[in-house]
Design a protein around this ligand. Structure first.
Ligand SMILES: NC(=O)c1ccc[n+]([C@@H]2O[C@H](COP(=O)([O-])OP(=O)(O)OC[C@H]3O[C@@H](n4cnc5c(N)ncnc54)[C@H](O)[C@@H]3O)[C@@H](O)[C@H]2O)c1
Length: 250
């Protein structure tokens, strides 16, 4: 796989799985915009990852369409266009709200704005730039939690699956492929305050995973990067579970 002369935007790319997408794409020649609400951590990733000329950190709030548009403008100004989007930004803290009846309305709005609408806002911002380049690819980050019916987190990820299917149809005429990855349990910075790696191992098994393995971010990002690449040119509108067999669908 080569991403030479290509430009990618990775939302939530400052840490966790997003940072791994940034690293893998840059390693394969892409220039990458780290679109993250936390500019300090995004800049730290630029400084540490070792591809300084290929990376640009842009403070972006995916829950705000104007902020997404500004991010795409920055990508075009610095790197000349946009070919790929990884809609990865998310709020793991949303898992603390298991009841759709009891979650405070403002909280519900804030979470859905980032976790579901944010993926659409970023796509709406990036698609015109992709059209100018003759096409592109989008990977949305869902979760196998989409099917667990455990409140607002689950609901937004099911929405991401719907968004993926809809956009994959709508954007086929523009030569833009849209797919999603649905990770199982992944040891990231965002998960650290929520659950120990040992508990993640037990929890996954309790939910049906046949191993005690907890994913590292690269195990997920490798699959997402494959979906962006030309090697996946005939894969469209798919939600690919990357969960070590935790969820079996036939
Ligand atoms: N870690 C897991 O076990 C797991 C499992 C399945 C799916 N996911 C999903 O994978 C994605 C990444 O998860 P992670 O574990 O790497 O999370 P993380 O918390 O480590 O990183 C999330 C990143 O998103 C950024 N972010 C938050 N709100 C933002 C906003 N409004 N605009 C732009 N950036 C914003 C944060 O600053 C952070 O850099 C999320 O969508 C999450 O729901 C995670």
């Amino acid at each position: 796989m080569s991403f030479d002369n290509k430009v990618a935007i990775v939302t939530g790319g400052a840490q966790g799985m997003g940072r791994e997408y940034v690293r893998l794409l840059a390693q394969q020649g892409a220039r990458v915009v780290i679109a993250d609400i936390n500019l300090d951590v995004a800049q730290k990733a630029v400084d540490e990852l070792g591809f300084k000329d290929q990376l640009l950190a842009v403070r972006t709030d995916v829950g705000d369409l104007d902020s997404c548009l500004a991010c795409v403008k920055a990508a075009e100004e610095r790197f000349g266009g946009v070919d790929y989007l990884v809609n990865n930004a998310g709020l793991l803290s949303a898992a603390a709200f298991p009841s759709l009846i009891d979650i405070p309305v403002e909280k519900y709005r804030q979470i859905t704005e980032v976790m579901l609408n944010g993926q659409l806002w970023m796509a709406r911002a990036a698609v015109p730039a992709m059209r100018k380049r003759g096409g592109g690819a989008i990977v949305n980050v869902s979760s196998i939690g989409a099917y667990q019916a455990t409140g607002v987190y689950s609901l937004t990820k099911l929405g991401v699956n719907g968004l993926t299917i809809n956009l994959s149809r709508e954007l086929a005429k523009d030569n833009i492929r849209v797919n999603a990855v649905a990770p199982g349990t992944v040891a990231t910075e965002g998960m650290q305050p929520l659950m120990s790696v040992e508990d993640m191992a037990k929890w996954g098994q309790m939910l049906g995973r046949p191993t005690d393995k907890v994913a590292t971010p690269d195990m997920i990002a490798q699959v997402g990067v494959f979906l962006l690449s030309d090697a996946a040119s005939y894969v469209r509108g798919q939600i690919i579970a990357v969960d070590d067999g935790q969820q079996i669908r036939v």
